[in-house]
Write a protein that binds this ligand. Structure first.
Ligand code: SF4
Length: 357
């Protein structure tokens, strides 16, 4: 969780859209956030909220030809000169130099990235040789070291094995080894533990933290599960229907959430030893195809929705301390409404106590 307050990434008003049969789908809609060097930022939301497309946009890997970054900037400060990643062609030499080298990504299912017909060692060596311009012998040595670093025992033997000979947890470790073999400034982890059982999940999260302490990279952790974020992120971005609806420190998100959606997410986390019924959020994320702007997309699911919510898009309210919320309840005109409902929303802190221990 180390962070040195030096900016690594500054995403400003990012807009990523897809052309579909039905029209235009705004997957990422005017999204802004920043990330400091060595920091861990969590991006949370249900599936379809735009978190994975945000990650792909940061790598300039938006699925082509239908997807496109159409607005905003992704300023990257990992080099001597700042650069706007969104202004480069996805296949340009500049992007290929950054991707996998300075910014790496791991996914939920390592088999989508590991090739089943090559040994794990071959694939690790190829990644090292591609990005570090070293010979075969040195690449093999580095591959063995990386497998040892991610906690795989007898790496000299395991390096000869194929991905299907690894367990799910070991494959994710191998994937992390591959992503970190080039000492990236930023690791983007997209639901890296979703396919794993809770024990292995905890091991992988601990491993990522240890490696971060050791190597100093920043991490963006993308997940639908606030519990994954609790122990490792310094700040959290909550996304809904392509918007950032709340952004704050992890502590503020867990102990004083402001957005009704964040509160509902917290109330849907199971609590150890509690027999209380879990709250599920009614309804689903709206279909983003041709979605008209000019209202709050959470209104159909929000127990606190007011007339204004259906008539005008909420602006982002900032408390000047970096806690940002996109909700009309934080306009001073509707403060009374908010204060009444605040009393009912005090409950999530119980879950927070358990998760942030
Ligand atoms: Fe609910 Fe209105 Fe806030 Fe949207 S703006 S989250 S509908 S209270």
């Amino acid at each position: 969780m180390a962070t040195n307050n030096e900016l690594l990434l500054d995403v400003q008003n990012l807009e990523t859209q897809f052309r579909t049969e039905e029209g235009i789908l705004r997957a990422v809609d005017r999204v802004s956030f920043h990330l400091n060097k060595g920091e861990t930022l969590g991006i949370v939301g249900e599936s379809g909220c735009g978190k994975s497309i945000t990650a792909k946009s940061l790598m300039n890997l938006v699925p082509q030809p239908r997807g496109k970054i159409v607005g905003g900037k992704i300023m990257y400060y990992g080099r001597n000169e700042p650069m706007d990643i969104s202004s480069y062609h996805h296949n340009s030499s500049e992007m290929r130099a950054i991707r996998g080298n300075e910014i790496s990504m791991i996914f939920q299912e390592p088999m989508t990235s590991l090739n089943p017909v090559f040994t794990v060692g071959n694939q690790l060596m190829e990644a090292v040789m591609l990005h570090q311009k070293v010979g075969k012998r040195e690449a093999r040595q580095r591959a063995v070291e990386m497998l040892a670093k991610v906690g795989i025992s007898t790496p000299e033997k395991r390096i000869e094995r194929f991905p299907h000979e690894f367990s799910g947890g070991m494959r994710q470790r191998a994937m992390i080894a591959m992503a970190l073999s080039c000492n990236p400034h930023l690791l983007i982890a997209d639901e890296p533990t979703t396919a794993l059982d809770v024990t292995v999940e905890a091991q992988i999260l601990n491993l990522m933290q240890d490696l971060q302490d050791d190597m100093g990279m920043a991490i963006i952790m993308i997940t639908h599960d606030l519990g994954v974020i609790a122990g490792i992120a310094t700040r959290v971005v909550v996304m809904y229907a392509g918007w950032v609806v709340e952004m704050a420190t992890t502590e503020e998100i867990f102990y004083s959430p402001k957005h009704p959606y964040t509160k509902a997410l917290l109330q849907s986390i199971p609590k150890i030893g509690s027999r209380q019924r879990l709250l599920s959020i009614p309804g689903t994320v709206p279909d983003l195809n041709n979605l008209e702007r000019g209202w709050c997309y959470f209104a159909p699911r929000c127990s606190q929705a007011m007339d204004v919510c259906r008539q005008q898009e909420p602006p982002l309210f900032d408390d000047d301390g970096g806690h940002v919320v996109k909700c009309w309840l934080w306009d001073k005109e509707y403060a009374d409404q908010r204060n009444d409902d605040e009393q009912q929303a005090a409950e999530p802190s119980t879950a927070a106590d358990e998760l942030t221990k």
